[in-house]
Write a protein that binds this ligand. Structure first.
Ligand SMILES: Cc1ncc(C[n+]2csc(CCOP(=O)(O)OP(=O)(O)O)c2C)c(N)n1
Ligand SMILES: [Mg+2]
Length: 332
């Protein structure tokens, strides 16, 4: 069952936390708006999959993790990298293919990595990182620490064999892994292209005898709370969980895909925009007297400045030297 949107009153003592969540969602939104513009101007090459609309998922889940936990993602991962603590400069420069990027310009949009943040990518092959996340869970258990391995992927990855193998092994070996399915209803280029909306991912957990939750992925606090429960199970009992976040992307599948018209209607998109996760938290805070319009505008201005700085940094940074073609990104 999808959890109902959180309707309880917010806790005034957690004001800073709520503002942090709001600021992180705004940073992701503004960063990607600029990335989309730069892509349209031909400044970013290769693939570029925007996350606009899904911000509550990355922000809510990652807020429940510790700094020493591990995070694995698909190619739609700018948000996770930024929220995990990657600088907007290193992230934007990587999109531009510049040597100052987190992967020294060798990875681009789909291959953001930052080992010191426990951010282990950025994977372009659908579902390929799910066994890696299970492997990290195995390593955690083997070493005897209480870390957690979190793996985010789209709902179409549930059709990949490695998804089932990984869930199966995680359940059998009781590994501290959180499988986070970001069900945005569409898996382009797959049999689920138009049918994902009725695809119940959480049911898959039953087959693997694992706890699961289906959560409103447009509600950042619901995402945080569900992940905190999964983290608790993982840290204390080494138990895996499958979380299905029901979410929606407002942009096309990638920059090459129209926003609407081909496989979804403008009306559907407009309907979903009424659930915008940023507006949702902003209005809840405002209604509970915890955010004035002036504070929100100041926050947004600051985020715009951070993104403008990242864009200028990426534009001014040098390309990688051709001699770097065969060198190791993490050589030092
Ligand atoms: C193994 C594999 N098959 C096909 C592709 C091509 N492909 C790229 S994205 C994508 C759709 C994935 O949809 P989903 O998992 O729902 O993630 P979303 O794009 O919606 O975030 C496909 C089929 C791929 N990258 N890897
Ligand atoms: Mg999808």
């Amino acid at each position: 069952m999808v959890q109902p949107a959180t309707t309880t009153r917010l806790d005034p003592e957690r004001l800073d936390f709520y503002h942090t969540l709001l600021r992180q969602m705004l940073l992701v939104r503004r960063f990607e708006e600029k990335a989309g513009e730069a892509y349209a101007q031909g400044k970013i090459g290769g693939f570029c999959h925007l996350y606009i609309g899904q911000e509550a998922v990355a922000v809510g889940t990652l807020a429940a993790l510790r700094e020493d936990d591990y995070v694995f993602t698909s190619y739609r991962e700018h948000a996770h990298a930024l929220v995990r603590g990657m600088s907007a400069r290193a992230c934007m420069a990587e999109l531009f293919g510049k040597v100052t990027g987190c992967s020294r310009g060798k990875g681009g949009s789909m291959h953001l990595f930052e080992a010191k943040l426990g951010f282990l990518g950025g994977h372009g092959i659908v579902g390929s990182h799910i066994p890696l996340a299970a492997g990290a869970g195995f390593a955690i258990k083997y070493r005897g620490t209480d870390q957690v391995s979190l793996c985010s992927f789209g709902e179409a990855a549930a059709n990949i064999g490695a998804f089932h193998e990984s869930l199966n092994m995680a359940a059998l070996w009781t590994l501290p892994v959180i499988f986070l399915c970001e069900n945005n209803r569409y898996g382009m280029g797959t049999a689920l292209e138009r049918a994902s909306a009725v695809y119940h991912i959480a049911d898959r957990a039953c087959a693997h005898e694992m706890d699961s939750e289906t959560v409103d992925g447009m509600d950042v606090l619901a995402m945080y709370e569900a992940t905190a429960r999964a983290v608790e199970r993982a840290r204390t009992g080494k138990l895996p969980t499958l979380i299905e976040a029901r979410t929606y992307r407002y942009m096309g599948h990638s920059m090459a895909d129209p926003i609407h018209g081909h496989y979804r209607t403008k009306e559907e998109l407009e309907e979903q925009k009424k659930k915008d996760p940023i507006a949702g938290l902003r209005h809840r805070l405002r209604d509970d007297g915890m955010l004035s319009d002036a504070t929100f505008e100041a926050m947004d201005k600051q985020v715009h400045e951070e993104v403008a700085d990242a864009l200028a940094f990426a534009e001014q940074s040098p390309d990688p030297d051709p001699a770097e073609l065969y060198t190791d990104v993490y050589r030092d």
